[in-house]
Design a protein. Structure first.
Length: 383
């Protein structure tokens, strides 16, 4: 639900009632992941998506029904061999969808979660998606200081347990389902929670204000990053050359990275496009020690070998060097700045999702890679 928080928060501010359908679990080759949502207001306006089109019509009607009767429901959609015309996913996957009516009341947990997400604040929304019918859809909003508001069902221990689980996922910036056992649930049977984390956009820092950087900035913004361009040369690092950048910094790359290192996290992407040893070596010496998601450096294979030799000379270990993506990007045969930016972005996505980077044609590999980046979210947990 938080993936469409901007628009839903506007609906709340306008006093519009709506129902929101949220993917809570997936199985097989489902097109959207837990947290994806479609919402319908009382006038029939719809935003968002839960399946890329396969079951949108049926989910739309569920939302209209929820608006009428005020009831939260959990519905499963999947491919039917017995009835090829049944509502389902043509890709063969299965999704479970929670449909919840939302009233824009002051102090409500869901409106508060939408407001936080729309403002770019860190917050986690935990909702009951499987358990006693009386608890379905009940929600907690957890803040970065581990405080929380709302209740899942009246027992303080249940709320504390759920808040602790949600806080752990919030710290990792992840959305997933978690199972609370009978002892922890305090309601006589296990509960499954969907925890949606809303965190500030992941950072992309592009070092080197060159023409390739301009294209990469645009692609980085398209992928949802907060993009910074850093270069020591003020004549090149200008807003006129990089109008799409969120931030432009005129400083030596390694000095800026050192000053901002404490703000970086495991989602941060560092792209070194300077391919000049006086910038690259001190910058990469620091970058390869930081717990960031990706470090890539531009340059020819000769430049790469020379740079690696220089990095070893200043004490960079082989384990640290193994983290370096160089030459940067996937082999697309790219030549133009735009093609090169696409190549770099493709490698960043593959690194994040666990993809191989090979063509899907003829490959016997999953189309969607989740790897170990999700703790839950399979159909078995929400059955």
């Amino acid at each position: 639900m938080l993936d469409i928080a901007d628009e839903l928060n506007r609906w709340v501010e306008q006093g519009r009632e709506f129902a929101v359908a949220t993917v809570v679990a997936v199985g097989g080759s489902a097109p959207r992941q837990p947290g994806a949502a479609l919402a319908v207001d009382s006038e029939g306006t719809a935003i968002g998506s839960v399946s890329g089109g396969c079951v949108e019509g049926a989910v739309y009607e569920l939302c209209r029904q929820a608006l009428e009767d005020g009831t939260t429901v959990l519905e499963r959609f999947g491919y039917s061999d017995e009835d090829a015309f049944a509502v389902g996913l043509t890709c063969g996957g299965i999704i479970d969808i929670l449909v919840t009516p939302v009233r824009p009341v002051r102090g409500g947990v869901l409106p508060a979660a939408l407001s936080a997400a729309a403002a770019g604040e860190s917050a986690a929304l935990a909702r009951v998606v499987d358990g006693p019918s009386a608890l379905m859809g009940r929600a907690l909003l957890v803040r970065p200081d581990s405080s929380y508001e709302g209740s899942l069902g009246g027992h303080p221990e249940l709320d504390r347990t759920a808040a602790a689980e949600a806080f752990a996922l919030l710290e990792a910036g992840r959305t997933a389902t978690v199972l609370i056992g009978e002892d922890g649930s305090r309601c006589g049977q296990p509960l499954t929670l969907l925890v949606e984390s809303s965190v500030p956009a992941p950072r992309m820092i592009v070092f080197g204000a060159i023409d390739f950087a301009s294209a990469l900035v645009r692609v980085g913004k398209f992928l949802g990053h907060h993009v910074t361009v850093c270069d020591a040369r003020p004549v090149f690092a200008t807003a006129a050359r990089f109008p799409d950048a969120d931030e432009i910094v005129v400083d030596w790359p390694h000095r800026y990275l050192e000053s901002t290192a404490a703000e970086l996290d495991g989602r941060t992407v560092l792209c070194v496009l300077t391919h000049d040893a006086k910038f690259d070596v001190p910058l990469l010496e620091l970058a390869l020690k930081l717990p960031v998601a990706y470090v890539g450096a531009m340059g020819s294979r000769r430049t790469h070998e020379d740079r690696n030799r220089r990095l070893r000379d200043v004490g960079v270990t082989e384990l640290e060097l193994a983290r370096l993506r160089s030459p940067i990007g996937l082999d697309l045969g790219a030549r133009t700045p735009e093609e090169t930016a696409l190549s770099i972005a493709a490698e960043i996505v593959a690194n994040r999702r666990g993809g191989s980077g090979v063509s899907l044609t003829g490959a016997h590999t999953p189309i969607h890679h989740d790897g170990l980046r999700r703790t839950a979210g399979t159909i078995g947990e929400v059955a």
